[in-house]
Write a protein that binds this ligand. Structure first.
Ligand code: ZN
Length: 502
């Protein structure tokens, strides 16, 4: 486990009790005795149920809300009806919210208010407070930046902050080290607030969602490249004063993972199949991640109904608080007793499998042979259906990362989020070039209408094939898994859930 991750580990609760029991043919519901409906239409019914849950609970299913609690109840009910004994694993998270509209404004030489979202976003876990002071740029800022962004490391060393930083507002450029390290160095130098602006290289110009270290007390704001560049130029020319007013609140909340084991299969060789159950606060989260949730539920139903006895045990898991920063999966792997962790030979993750303008991304950790081997299974399954697939790197944006970091091989499927489809992707997958994979990503419009039925069909076919094969085939030994993971370079997170870490 990296030093970095340990800073974010949520409060521990006792590890899960041993899982027991589950399915037997005579407890299956009547519908399961007949031929099951095809996977995609079954997924649609789960998505309709999750949409209803959001509609009845203020429009979302976010961690810590009644909509999430109802989503847990729904998943538990589906799994129990399929014959599983289900565990709700509680854990605590620290949620962060702004209680008042923030103000970031230049006061001198001329007054100018920056626009939230367009010019800046407040860091998750920003400190609270109203401060005003002169901008003092850290050393190492490059405006304009080198095209490849290489060597940008302003604020990564305590020496980057000149003595005038004390009592002032530090201005830093993104690059190389974690935001939390830059903020910490600025705080130690006496800064009252920290503004970090984007690199300015291609694809790195906007204000994006970012996260500081939990417990950080300094007001911290992330600026678009343009907004940061303008402040930098102004501060280089004359005294430039900025006001930052952030009113934020953090709260400890209890939330849950939902976990169910197949009764059959060797518990010493366990395959975990999962995805996150929570949505963001902004919307119902039907593609993100109702779609992955529905896929996990259908896989569990299928296994209970008609797959032959799996050689390996299969554990189905729905994670809580992914959208707050991978809390559920991180809690799960970091509190697993060593013996249970060694039982798990692979984790398969499904986070967004119904994007309207989709790409068939296979999510693996580059340089990790065990992760790539799982990815190859997904690629082969698509190929057998005559479908192309692409690669996305497991860099902390979803729950695969927590497993990789805990030494467990992991890979997943992903149909695309806020990024724009390229021309070559359009040729490969169809859809519209220059448009986001999911234009409703993390918004109120991520509803039942924000789902591609074709994506559900293609992704569920490949996923169910791989889950079934991986449950059936002889798995690697614990020693082989450990050797493969030790031989791989430590993963380097860029994100923690939806938030950039650096
Ligand atoms: Zn997601």
């Amino acid at each position: 486990m990296s030093k970095h991750l340990s800073r974010f580990v949520p409060l521990c609760v006792p590890a899960l009790a041993a899982f027991t029991l589950a399915l037997s043919a005579n407890v299956l519901p009547a519908t399961a005795q007949t031929a099951p409906a095809d996977a995609a239409s079954r997924m649609e019914r789960h998505l309709e149920a999750l949409q209803r849950i959001a509609d009845e609970n203020g429009g979302n299913r976010a961690a810590g809300t009644p909509g999430y609690r109802a989503s847990v109840d729904y998943a538990v009910k589906v799994l129990e009806r399929a014959g599983y004994e289900v565990t709700r694993q509680p854990f605590e998270v620290t949620s962060f919210e702004l209680v008042k509209k923030p103000v970031v404004a230049q006061v001198r030489p001329e007054a100018r208010r920056l626009r939230e979202e367009r010019d800046y976003l407040v860091f998750d876990y920003s400190g609270s407070g109203s401060v005003q002071g002169a901008i003092v740029p850290a050393r190492g800022i490059r405006v304009p930046p080198p095209a490849d962004g290489v060597g940008l490391a302003s604020g990564c060393s305590p020496d980057d902050f000149p003595p005038e930083t004390k009592g002032a507002i530090a201005l830093v450029q993104r690059g190389t080290c974690f935001f939390s390290d830059k903020i910490d160095n600025a705080r130690r130098a006496g800064a009252k607030a920290v503004l970090i602006f984007n690199l300015g290289t291609a694809g790195n110009k906007e204000a994006i969602p970012v996260i500081a270290a939990e417990g950080n007390a300094v007001p911290a704001v992330f600026l678009s490249y343009e907004a940061g560049r303008d402040l930098f130029r102004s501060a280089e020319a004359r005294r430039t004063v900025v006001k930052v007013d952030i009113r934020a609140r953090t709260q400890r909340k209890t939330t849950w993972n939902v976990i169910a084991d197949s009764r059959k299969g060797d518990p010493d060789r366990t395959l975990v199949v999962g995805g996150h159950l929570d949505s963001v606060l902004e919307g119902p989260g039907i593609n993100d991640n109702g779609s992955g949730t529905a896929l996990v539920l259908v896989a569990a139903q299928r296994l209970a109904e008609r797959w032959e006895k799996p050689r390996n045990r299969v554990r189905f898991a729905l994670w809580g608080a992914e959208e707050l920063g991978l809390f559920g999966s991180t809690h799960y792997v970091t509190t697993l007793p060593n013996r249970e962790r060694k039982q798990i030979f692979a984790y398969l993750n499904f986070d967004m499998v119904g994007s309207p303008n989709f790409v068939r991304f296979v999510d693996t950790t580059r340089g990790n042979a065990a992760s790539e081997a799982l990815g190859d299974r997904f690629r082969a399954a698509f190929e057998r259906d005559g479908l192309a697939s692409g690669h996305t790197d497991s860099d902390g944006r979803t729950d695969t990362f927590a497993f990789i970091e805990a030494g467990i091989p992991a890979a997943g499927l992903f149909s695309g989020a806020e990024g724009d489809k390229t021309k070559s992707q359009q040729r490969r997958y169809g859809g519209s070039a220059g448009e986001p994979y999911d234009a409703c990503y993390h918004q109120a419009c991520d509803t039942i209408r924000n789902i591609s039925g074709r994506a559900l069909r293609e992704f569920s076919a490949a996923a169910l094939t791989v889950i079934r094969e991986t449950a059936r085939k002889r798995p690697p030994t614990a020693e082989a898994v450990a050797a493969a993971m030790t031989a791989s370079p430590a993963p380097e997170p860029v994100y923690r859930g939806p938030y950039a870490l650096r």
